[in-house]
Design a protein around this ligand. Structure first.
Ligand SMILES: [Zn+2]
Length: 489
């Protein structure tokens, strides 16, 4: 069961359109470098600037990566797909049309499952390959948006970047589920290496189609489109705000207009970009300069077999092994952290202990030092040695944290070396603990009397005193047992 948004008899109906910039070496239809952050208008040529007579050639690697994404989303990859021209006039498109796909997309009819106790399924309508537009920079205003700017300039480096547009059916029932779905979809594309999917850099962009309808109705209400939400949180908040706006309109007896909206995360408000009357008729027709794309099913089967473990499968493998869902989700969506975890679990032979360390000390260190798991100086081998020292009783948890910090500080240090150097080994022998207990009991006769008089809870205080006396190194369990035996004698 998912977690539906339902209010005053209405339910949410949400579909997503996700644009993923593929990380191929070159652009979709020319050999210009496909990279972000270069000097404006340097990665351009006759083809992507649409000089007359220049002919496009489809990027085979972009086709291959798109097919891999389609396979990972459970799509059917038809034997033949076709490029089409989508006509529109805007300064970000030098051709005055975009090469896209229309009725014969590269990937069709997929199904993506968000796993877990409150999991749900989202049908994928299609995923089609197209070229990105140029980047418009609206200058002279405060917001960087077109309204209030003095003029716009165009950077054509981005024009012709391979773009995979993934379209879902309206199967999502809450803003939270929209975020969860997009998080896992992003992780899936990243795991197969087709894109960095960096929302801040625009290599992943999401639009949401939002409507509400009476609970139980099978018909759809009028939908609006929320454009370009550039973070998971903004997506969730934007959809939430739009659902509330639509509910308010219906309750006031008004109609919902079909329109495209912009969500402003700073103010939490929605503004209209265009209404249906201004909607484009793109006059699609088959692209005459490109051959249809053909696929052979044997090669596709080989491509599917070579896919790495995907986040959904990883989530299920971990939860079946007893890892709690929240932890499994973190590991499922971070391939590097998951590889670290798998390595550590194999070395320690205990996935629970491995997950506690990865989610606790390791994550805290990675966040604090802004590192990825693979870049941490504390390798799985070094951490496994530390864990072995806890398991065999050499050190307690308090000392283990100090050893971990030392391993972060000094990449040459070993856990056993740190323990020896700083004298962190547990005080566990009866003689050594006995001495400490004798000293503490002699120093606190009143508490000893109180315990003997029936105030059992005093033992906590006495354990604390002994622990302090040992410099935090006492074996807590052995200490408790010995102290009780001594007091009851
Ligand atoms: Zn070019």
């Amino acid at each position: 069961m998912s977690t539906p948004w339902q209010k005053d008899g209405y339910e949410a109906v949400i579909g997503l359109e996700i644009h993923v910039q593929l990380n191929t070496a070159s652009k979709m239809f020319c050999s210009c470098p496909n990279q972000f952050g270069d000097e404006p208008n340097t990665n351009v040529c006759f083809v992507c600037l649409a000089h007359p007579g220049a002919l496009p050639v489809a990027n085979a690697e972009a086709v291959r990566q798109s097919a891999r994404v389609g396979l990972a989303l459970g799509c059917r990859i038809p034997d033949v797909s076709e490029f089409s021209r989508k006509q529109y006039f805007y300064p970000d498109s030098p051709k005055a049309y975009q090469i896209s796909q229309y009725d014969q997309p590269l990937c069709a009819e997929g199904l993506f499952r968000v796993p877990g106790a409150d999991g749900f399924e989202v049908r994928i309508t299609r995923a089609h390959l197209e070229e990105d537009a140029a980047k418009m920079i609206h200058a002279g205003g405060d917001s960087g948006r077109i309204s209030g700017s003095a003029g716009s300039i165009v950077d054509f480096n981005r024009v012709g970047t391979p773009l995979l547009e993934i379209v879902t059916e309206p199967d999502i029932r809450s803003p939270e589920d929209a975020r969860r779905f997009l998080t896992l979809l992003r992780a899936t594309v990243v795991a197969i290496g087709a894109s960095e999917c960096d929302m801040e850099k625009g290599s992943l962009r999401a639009d949401a189609n939002v409507s509400i309808r009476p609970i139980g109705s099978t018909e759809y209400g009028t939908k609006t489109e929320l454009k370009n939400m550039n973070s998971f949180r903004f997506l969730e908040r934007g959809v939430e705000a739009e659902l509330e706006r639509q509910l308010g309109l219906l309750q006031a007896g008004e109609k919902i207009e079909q329109e495209t909206l912009h969500f402003d995360p700073a103010s939490g408000t929605l503004s209209s970009l265009r209404s249906k009357e201004q909607a484009h008729d793109y006059r699609y027709f088959p692209e005459p300069d490109l051959l249809p794309v053909t696929q052979d099913q044997a090669s596709l089967a080989a491509l599917a077999a070579e896919l790495p473990e995907l986040p959904v499968a990883r989530f299920e493998r971990l939860t079946e092994a007893g890892i709690v869902e929240a932890t499994a989700l973190v590991l499922a969506t971070d391939t590097e952290l998951a590889a670290y975890f798998d390595d550590l679990a194999a070395r320690t032979g205990d996935i629970k202990v491995a997950s506690n360390w990865v989610m606790g000390e390791l994550q805290a260190h990675l966040n604090a030092d802004n590192l990825s798991a693979a870049a941490s100086p504390v390798t799985p081998a070094r951490l496994a040695e530390l864990i072995a020292l806890i398991v065999d009783g050499t050190i307690n948890q308090t000392a283990a944290k100090e050893v971990f910090a030392a391993l972060v500080e000094d990449p040459q240090a070993t856990a056993s070396g740190v323990v020896e150097e700083r004298d962190l080994a547990q005080v566990g022998g009866d003689d050594a603990l006995g001495e400490i207990i004798d000293a503490v009991l002699a120093a606190h006769p009143d508490e000893v009397e109180a315990f003997k008089g029936g105030r059992e809870q005093v033992i906590g205080f006495l354990v604390g005193q002994c622990m302090k006396q040992s410099g935090g190194r006492a074996d807590a369990k052995a200490l408790q047992g010995l102290l009780r035996a001594r007091l009851s004698a």
